[in-house]
Write a protein that binds this ligand. Structure first.
Ligand code: UDP
Ligand code: MG
Length: 318
């Protein structure tokens, strides 16, 4: 039987924690009773620099029942960093982790299926929303748009999958070897490899408190995701520069023809041609410089080039 740790980032979640903690405890206890996970399994709340009573509640839960653990961040670092911190802190104490939000919008009944997939040999199990009926039109539109724009910009993310996922210990070890500072979990996890699968669930409404992801944060998050995963925006500048340069050559031919037809003012040809040519060349040049900056940028990330899945060596005792 393997040990499961649930990791839950919390930012100003005093309203939802009492309910969340009791629901999660029931879930873990029923899984322990069914013999699917070991009795050492835990529920870990990561306090992301909350300004309310979140940390007090977590400490109290821990005092009353050791099934609850708490990690306190020095300050608010945002959902992604809080989650990563939680995963890295617990990784060596368990065999698998499941990350989820404190508001339980992600159906916790999907946990059973995730654990089954883990025993079937999956190292990563993505929780994917099958419906967005409970989201407002605006949330649905912006969230689905987010995945589409991300794909277009070359960031390979699992459609409609947020951060509700199971990860095995070795997948977490793989994640740890990604040294980038701007870590975008949703984009990086598929890069780890190993066998993965998805579990579908319906997303519920937040039962208390309000969303900590206003539009402004969501846009910043999307931009972070695109720029930390791909150099496609830079490539687009080069392509645009190339197109404008081609247009300038067409303009050159056109204005020379017009010039010899005598249909132009003096000076028009040279002015128009130089505007287009210089503009196109400049954009092209910026784009090319950008390509190299892009390369440097990817290098400085020091991403692992590979992750060893199996090692057949002399001592095969383990
Ligand atoms: N969260 C966090 N730090 C932040 C913002 C949010 O740890 O700076 C947590 C929050 O407590 C919740 C999860 O991230 O557990 C998702 O936030 P929320 O439910 O507000 O996002 P939404 O579901 O509206 O996208
Ligand atoms: Mg939520």
């Amino acid at each position: 039987m393997d040990t499961l740790y649930l990791v839950i980032p919390c930012y100003n979640e005093e309203e939802v924690l009492p309910e969340t903690s009791s629901q999660l405890r029931n879930k873990i206890q029923s899984l322990i009773q069914k013999g699917r996970i070991s009795p050492q399994s835990r529920i870990v709340f990561v306090n992301d620099g909350s300004k309310d009573k979140t940390w007090e509640i977590i400490s109290k839960l821990h005092e009353e029942d050791k099934i609850f653990q708490g990690i306190k961040l020095s300050r608010n670092k945002g959902h992604q960093n809080a989650l990563l911190c939680g995963l890295m802190t617990v990784k060596d104490h368990c065999d698998m982790t499941i990350s989820l939000d404190a508001d339980l919008q992600d159906d916790i009944n999907a946990i059973d299926e995730m654990v089954e997939k883990y025993y079937e040999g999956c190292d990563v199990v993505y929780g994917v929303r099958s419906a967005r009926d409970t989201d407002t039109f605006f949330k649905k539109f912006t969230a689905e748009g987010f995945y589409k724009v991300m794909k277009m910009m070359g960031a390979d993310v699992v459609f409609n999958h947020a951060d509700y996922r199971l990860m095995s210990r070795r997948a977490l070890d793989g994640l740890q070897s990604f040294k980038e500072v701007n870590l975008f979990l949703r984009g990086v996890v598929p890069m780890i490899g190993y066998k993965s699968d998805s579990v579908y669930y319906e997303r519920k409404e937040r039962f208390a408190g309000e969303s900590k992801y206003p539009l402004k944060k969501m846009l910043a998050f999307a931009w972070e995701g695109i720029t930390s995963l791909s150099t496609k925006p830079i490539k687009m500048i080069s392509v645009l520069g190339g197109i404008i340069f081609i247009v300038s050559i067409i303009m050159l031919i056109y204005s020379i023809v017009r010039h010899f037809m005598g249909a132009t003012e003096i000076g028009w040809t040279s002015t128009i041609v130089s505007i287009w040519a210089i503009g196109g060349l400049q954009l092209l040049a910026i784009g090319i410089i950008g390509e190299y900056i892009g390369k440097v940028y990817l290098e400085t990330k020091e991403r692992p080039k590979f992750i060893v899945e199996k090692y057949l060596s002399d001592d095969d005792n383990n």
